[in-house]
Structures are given as C-alpha cells and as structure tokens.
Design a protein around this ligand. Structure first.
Ligand SMILES: *[C@@H]1O[C@H](CO)[C@@H](O)[C@H](O)[C@H]1NC(C)=O
Ligand SMILES: *[C@@H]1O[C@H](CO)[C@@H](O)[C@H](O)[C@H]1NC(C)=O
Length: 197
C-alpha cells in the first residue's frame, strides 16, 4: 500500500506542472484594485480601463472623494452611479477565472438614506450562479466622520468566477435607492488559464 502511493506521487506532481504537455502551467496572482492610480477628470466619464489589475468593469467608473464618505484607500473608488454593474474576467488569456476575497462598499444616495441591500451575483466558469445579499446601514444626519465604507469578506465558494454582478435596492421594501454603489480595495486572486488544459 505504502509503496504504491509513494510510486504514484511523482507522477501526480508532473501532471499538475505540465497539463496535457502544453508547457503551460496555470498561474495564480493575488491582486488588490484600489483605483487610486487611475486618471480622474471632474465632470467627465472616468472609465476604468479594460484589464485593470486583470479585470474589466462595466458601468463602474472612477470616482473621487467628495468630502462625504471617504474611500477606504486613497481618494478614489469605483462607482456604479445607477447602483448596478459588472466586473468580469476578460476572455483572453482563455480559461482564466478569479476568486473574490473581500472589498469595501457603500451605498451613496445622500443623507438621510434608507438601509440598502446590495445583491452580489457570481457567475462561475461551469455556469453555476451564486448569490449573496449584503447590507449598508441607513444613514441619518451625523458628523461627517461617522460615515465610513463597510467591508466584507467572501467565502471560498466565491471562486472559479467569470463575472460578478451587482445591484442595489432599499432593504425595507425593495424600492429604488436613487443612488450609487461604491467599491474600493477589491481583493481577489486570478488564475490564468492554459489554452488546452
Ligand atoms: C452583467 O453580466 C450579466 C451576465 O453576463 C449580463 O446578463 C448583464 O446584462 C450584465 N449587466 C451589465 C450592467 O453589464
Ligand atoms: C458601516 O458604515 C456605517 C456608515 O458609514 C458606519 O457607521 C459603520 O460604522 C460601518 N460599519 C463597519 C463595520 O464598518
């Protein structure tokens, strides 16, 4: 028994190192998107460039601190002004996926604003869709220092992702928040795929 397992182990390691003999090994890279290194022009569309730290953003733009809720890092965050948007891994290199680790978030509708429910969908490479709802608290008038982003971590279930989708609604009645969704310090790990693995 012992000798059989010992004999198989080196083969198993080889198979992982060079799948299907392509010479390509899937690699993993941990990233944090902080949005502070992107250009911002007041009053224009400040699109997040494709492949920003390996991901592409739809609807989200770069937005700057306006002396209300401060971004977690620096003075910029990613903002979906209508409250919904997507973050996806590009098709090239093929078969790449990502695992979501954590992010900071805020619903931004002004004060007062009702409690906000943020729906987060994850589309996996195998077609499975997972979903989580997170809340951002109701905001009443308060000294400006009281307003901070909230942060959440994601479980290991949030891996093998192709895309993330977001939308916001009032937590109490599902109505419109009439506001945006801000994200900052999005931490994730990309697995760069191999063409024939
Ligand atoms: C987000 O991605 C999903 C799935 O690919 C798509 O159905 C939806 O239209 C996208 N929404 C936006 C705002 O890009
Ligand atoms: C979440 O955000 C609210 C409003 O900015 C703040 O009062 C609260 O302390 C935050 N909670 C955490 C755990 O960050």
């Amino acid at each position: 028994m012992f000798t059989t397992i010992a004999a198989l182990l080196p083969l198993a390691c080889l198979a992982i190192a060079a799948p299907a003999g392509t010479g390509c090994t899937p690699t993993k890279e941990a990233k944090v998107a902080r949005f502070d290194d992107l250009p911002y022009t007041e009053g224009s569309m400040n699109q997040i460039p494709p492949h920003y730290y390996g991901l592409s953003y739809f609807t989200f733009q770069v937005d700057q601190y306006d002396h209300w809720i401060p971004p977690t890092s620096g003075n910029q965050w990613a903002m979906a002004f209508g409250g919904s948007g997507n973050i996806s891994i590009p098709d090239s290199p093929p078969k790449s996926t990502f695992e979501l680790d954590s992010f900071s978030y805020a619903c931004v509708s002004g004060v007062p604003q009702p409690e906000c429910a943020i729906s987060v969908w994850g589309w996996k490479a195998n077609g499975k869709v997972i979903k989580r709802k997170i809340k951002f608290p109701k905001l009443d008038p308060a000294p400006v220092e009281a307003y901070v982003m909230n942060k959440t971590k994601f479980s290991h279930e949030w891996r093998d992702l192709k895309s993330l989708g977001f939308s916001i609604a009032r937590a109490d009645n599902g109505g419109d928040m009439y506001g945006g969704l801000a994200l900052d310090d999005i931490a994730y790990t990309i697995t760069f795929g191999c063409p024939d693995s």
